[in-house]
Design a protein around this ligand. Structure first.
Ligand code: PEP
Ligand code: MN
Length: 264
């Protein structure tokens, strides 16, 4: 279903009237995690002011250490909704466990993110295949392109074709940066699938100063959008502080993307 051979034209995913795919690029921005109501209120204002039309933020966090902040859970979804609705920003947030799906539906989460660690959680994929919410499917950090395509196929097979692929960097021998942004995956995915492809430059580089260059590379290579971490005060972020853009940096980045998108 996700293959280009079945559907020649680019598919466009509609998120509450906001179109992603085809020639329509969307930048999704926001903090790594939902921390406090004031933090989310400020973040929503900055996302809106930068010109982004969708907001991200994690309420259920897949942390490497079980002792690290795990996210506020359902309470985080409530804070997120309150902040995002002021600016009409659809909310993008990660679902880690199929048992939380009812909670996500109850709070009418607009876009469900499947994280890199869950890309091959087939039962989770099957569950999000049964609903009609758009799904961002991140690439497993060690997944091949064909494994990634097949993961999307699990979702599509259930009837949900609103799938957005997200390249977020893969594991290699290099340790200078958090992951290696696989720019090559962008044209390859665009060839193999009709579905939109976005890039997360934040988890790829792992450092805020790398994000603008990786973002520009992604858009130049044909990505349909970005998923970017931005925090009102990055040095105070509870999670992924090193890679969060400041509100001003997000604004500058947004200003630089138009020319690149216009040139291709
Ligand atoms: C995230 O976007 O919040 C996240 C945890 O990313 P990834 O699954 O790519 O590590
Ligand atoms: Mn993060």
């Amino acid at each position: 279903i996700v293959g280009r051979e079945w559907h020649k034209q680019d598919s466009i995913v509609d998120i509450k009237g906001i179109k992603l795919g085809g020639n329509q690029i969307q930048i999704i921005a926001g903090p790594c995690s939902v921390e406090t109501q004031p933090q989310m209120d400020a973040a929503a204002k900055f996302v809106h002011e930068a010109g982004c039309r969708l907001m991200r933020g994690g309420a259920f966090k897949p942390r490497t250490s079980p002792y690290a902040f795990q996210g506020h859970g359902e309470e985080g979804l409530v804070m997120f909704r309150k902040a995002a609705e002021r600016y009409n920003l659809p909310m993008v947030t990660e679902l880690m466990d199929a048992r939380q799906l009812d909670t996500f539906m109850k709070h009418d989460v607009d876009v469900i993110q499947i994280g890199t660690r869950s890309m091959q959680n087939f039962d989770l994929l099957k569950e999000v295949g049964t609903i009609n919410k758009p799904v961002i499917l991140k690439r497993g950090m060690s997944a091949t392109i064909s494994e990634w395509l097949m993961a999307a196929e699990y979702i599509a097979a259930g009837g949900n074709h609103n799938i957005i692929f997200c390249e977020r960097g893969i594991r290699t021998f290099e340790t200078y940066y958090r992951n290696v942004l696989d720019v090559t995956a962008i044209p390859v995915l665009k060839k193999e699938t009709h579905l939109p492809v976005i890039v997360d430059p934040s988890h790829a580089g792992g450092k805020a100063w790398m994000v603008p260059a990786l973002s520009r590379a992604a858009i130049a290579a044909g990505a349909d959008g970005l998923l970017v971490e931005m925090h009102p005060t990055p040095c105070e972020a509870w999670c992924d502080a090193d890679q969060a853009l400041t509100p001003d940096e997000l604004k500058t980045l947004m200003g630089s993307l138009g020319a690149i998108a216009g040139a291709i």
